[in-house]
Design a protein around this ligand. Structure first.
Ligand SMILES: O=C(O)CCC(=O)C(=O)O
Ligand SMILES: [Fe+2]
Length: 367
């Protein structure tokens, strides 16, 4: 009897040999990993083949439908925050913007901030009752969900950057788990999942988080277009503040520039980005152990403080909180060995109040 295991996604797999498999002279010019090759048409991000997503799902009332949409496309848009939550969180953002000023401006990233360490006001966004059950279902069960990173981004017309390249979010530039993603059956539950939550309304006058549906197994949009044919498209996620896009971290995406090109008409945007990893061992169809998860936030200088977990969460007395924050990269362990010494972090992008001393991990030094 056949023991073949049905796949749970229909994303295509590239049949073109990867860069590493071919001598330089024979490499397909379009087979480029990660960001290179993903801006093939001058003047637009991607190919400019734009399609729209359905209205946001209510992730509680439409739990099964939202999950089914995610499984088919690699992303799903849901309603998450209510007006009170949006107002309260924006007030906190106003405070840290006022306090930090240009300290949190990062080239190519807009304004970047890591609220987890000193802003417990955001803890509820990790455990949000609208999204956590769906995140748990996608990752194979609530007990498998681990939080690994949280960053906040602000974008302003004119002073922030334009033209972000389409990319998957693997720290390695797309290479870390590509081979695994292409071969494993079934594909899911995935290794890592991101949630992108809007704190401001997103429409033609603002940038939008944009995805290429069914791109979990190919990281280059030229290959994707060949493989997906008529189905290939780029989907800008637009919606009011409180809208959340849940997406496989391997899905190709970008921050799409405003469709309104008159800078005077453009408006600013605020977004929260959480990353969750799947814990627990999974078996492949042949019975072998699946070695997913890559390295959850391997310590690169740029990722240093965005992956740190404060004492109140890492050492929480609430077992569900402690479990959520129990995936500790090596620098987390080093920090814990100092009993969470404040000076260890030293990153103004996670500070509350005056910063003390120089920032030692500003990404300017290579690992
Ligand atoms: O801000 C966005 O909409 C997406 C940003 C992003 O993809 C990134 O910085 O890696
Ligand atoms: Fe990204």
């Amino acid at each position: 009897m056949s023991t073949s295991v049905l796949d749970n996604i229909s994303d295509p797999i590239s049949t073109i040999p990867s860069l590493e498999e071919l001598p330089v002279a024979e490499r397909a010019s379009k087979d480029m990993p990660g960001r290179p090759g993903n801006m093939p048409v001058k003047g637009v991000q991607g190919f400019g083949i734009i399609k729209h997503h359905p209205p946001p799902f209510d992730p509680v009332a439409q739990f099964d439908e939202a999950f089914a949409f995610y499984e088919e496309h690699g992303y799903v848009v849901v309603d998450q925050l209510n007006n009170d939550e949006i107002l309260a969180l924006n007030n906190v953002c106003d405070d840290f913007h006022k306090e930090r000023g240009t300290e949190i401006d990062v080239p190519n990233q807009g304004q970047l901030f890591f609220p987890l360490l000193n802003y417990p006001e955001f803890d509820g966004t990790v455990f949000h009752p609208k999204t956590l059950p769906l995140v748990g279902r996608i990752l194979g069960g609530a007990e498998n969900v681990r939080h690994i990173e949280f960053n906040y981004r602000g974008w302003q017309p004119e002073t922030s950057d334009y033209g972000m390249v389409y990319h998957p979010d693997d720290c390695s530039g797309g290479k870390l788990t590509l081979a695994q993603r292409q071969t494993r059956r079934p594909y899911g539950p995935p290794d890592m999942l991101s949630t992108f939550t809007y704190l401001t309304d997103v429409d033609d006058t603002t940038p939008s988080f944009a995805v290429v549906p069914k791109s979990r197994r190919i990281h280059n949009i030229q290959l994707l277009r060949d493989a997906l044919g008529e189905e290939y498209c780029e989907v800008p996620i637009q919606g009011k503040a409180g809208t959340c896009c849940i997406v496989d971290r391997s899905t190709v995406h970008t921050r799409h520039d405003p469709f309104e090109k008159d800078v005077a008409q453009q408006r600013s945007r605020r977004i929260l980005h959480h990353v969750f990893a799947r814990a627990g061992d999974l078996r492949n169809a042949d019975g072998s152990l699946r070695t997913g998860n890559g390295e959850p936030l391997a310590v690169t200088t740029w990722a240093f403080s965005r992956g740190l977990i404060p004492k109140r969460l890492a050492k929480s007395n609430d077992p569900e909180v402690a479990r959520m924050f129990s995936l500790w990269p090596s620098h987390q362990k080093e920090w814990m060995a100092t009993d969470f010494d404040e000076d260890f972090v030293s990153d103004p992008k996670s500070a509350r109040g005056p910063t003390k001393g120089p920032y030692r991990n500003d990404g300017s030094q290579k690992d």
